[in-house]
Design a protein around this ligand. Structure first.
Ligand SMILES: Cc1cc2nc3c(=O)[nH]c(=O)nc-3n(C[C@H](O)[C@H](O)[C@H](O)COP(=O)(O)OP(=O)(O)OC[C@H]3O[C@@H](n4cnc5c(N)ncnc54)[C@H](O)[C@@H]3O)c2cc1C
Length: 311
């Protein structure tokens, strides 16, 4: 077996099927750059690229994507939850750096064990920290920006370290432009007890009862004007509809699941069917890579030179 090649700055570069990096388990090949420091990131970002997090909001084409796909790894996927004494104050804890590539579910579990609150509402979101911050993912019980103190973002002009107040963030939106990469964050947490944090997490988790447990990229469509998209799809008689190995979940009609071996074309066909049968216009919740007739095309970011060196 030959070892995967490395870039000039030492990033591991490998042509891989993207399906393995997504919660739907669908997606063809691309050149994947595993970057573990800022120098590698700058090199990776010098050509057209996409940043892939937990792949929990993506339907990636069976042909893959032509751009390089960046994955944060090594120290950019590690977490330092030690309170920073210079920034913490009483029960308000500010942690060390948490990498954008850190899986959110494990982080939320670790915070619960430490009795640290503010991110309980994000329990059950199968994202990475960077992707969850970029979308300001959350539930009615809380969202990512509830627990952020500082963000480090790789931009076309170099690294920026900003406070949340410097961004125009809002509902499921961080205000961070597409293609800018959330590399690390410091968390702002409230000292509590493991029991209290668990109680809040249980509340948020209970709201997920009834969601399918199979491979899925989450909700397919946004709720139009207060009406549940799932209810509209159900009323159109589409619960349980199947194309190839993709299925509209019998448990909840706003979820498309992969029964095993589904393709992106199967999923697109089901999305088309829903759009044809439901009278109300529906807006897609997840992103289609590399873009498509149904979703908003996601244009790849072109390369740039990075004048600011790593810290
Ligand atoms: C079972 C299930 C339940 C879900 N429940 C919820 C929920 O309750 N609430 C909710 O809000 N969402 C939910 N989602 C959707 C999804 O988890 C969120 O949208 C999440 O924010 C996606 O993060 P990700 O890391 O998986 O990003 P990806 O799916 O990998 O990417 C999504 C977008 O984020 C960008 N991105 C990824 N990483 C970074 C980074 N480091 N810096 C900048 N941009 C980045 C990508 O380029 C892409 O544009 C759910 C999904 C599933 C499968």
């Amino acid at each position: 077996m030959t070892a995967a090649p490395h870039s000039r700055t030492g990033a591991r570069v490998d042509r891989l099927p993207l399906a393995r990096f997504t919660t739907l388990g669908v997606g063809g090949e691309a050149e994947v750059w595993f970057v573990s420091d800022h120098a590698q990131l700058a090199e990776a970002m010098a050509q057209p690229y996409r940043i892939l997090g937990g792949g929990s909001n993506l339907v990636i084409a069976d042909e893959g994507v032509p751009e390089r796909v960046i994955r944060l790894s090594g120290p950019l996927a590690e977490r330092d939850l030690m309170p920073d004494p210079a920034l913490s104050d009483g029960d308000q804890i500010v942690t060390g750096w948490v990498g954008g590539g850190v899986p959110l579910p494990g982080l939320v579990r670790a915070l619960q064990k430490l009795g640290l609150g503010n991110l309980e509402g994000t329990v059950g979101i199968p994202a990475q920290v960077g992707g969850a911050v970029w979308m300001n993912a959350g539930t009615r019980y809380g969202e990512m920006f509830d627990g952020l103190h500082t963000l480090e973002i790789a931009t076309p002009d170099g690294l920026r370290v900003v406070a949340p107040g410097e961004l125009r963030w809002g509902y499921r939106d961080s205000g961070i432009p597409r293609g800018h990469i959330v590399t690390r964050v410091r968390l702002k947490l409230q000292r509590s007890t493991p029991e209290e944090v668990l109680a809040k997490m249980t509340l948020a988790d209970t709201a997920r009862k009834g969601q399918p447990k199979m491979k899925t990229p989450g909700c397919a469509f946004k709720n139009p004007g207060g009406v549940g998209a799932g209810r509209l799809i159900d009323e159109a008689g589409l619960k349980g509809a199947r194309v190839g190995n993709a299925l509209i979940a019998p448990e909840h009609a706003n979820f498309i699941v992969n029964l095993g071996g589904a393709t992106a074309s199967d999923v697109h066909a089901l999305l088309d069917l829903i759009r044809q049968r439901v009278a109300v216009p529906l807006e897609l919740e997840y992103e289609l890579w590399p873009g498509g007739a149904l979703g908003q095309a996601t244009s790849a970011v072109t390369g740039f030179s990075w004048p600011v060196g790593p810290e």
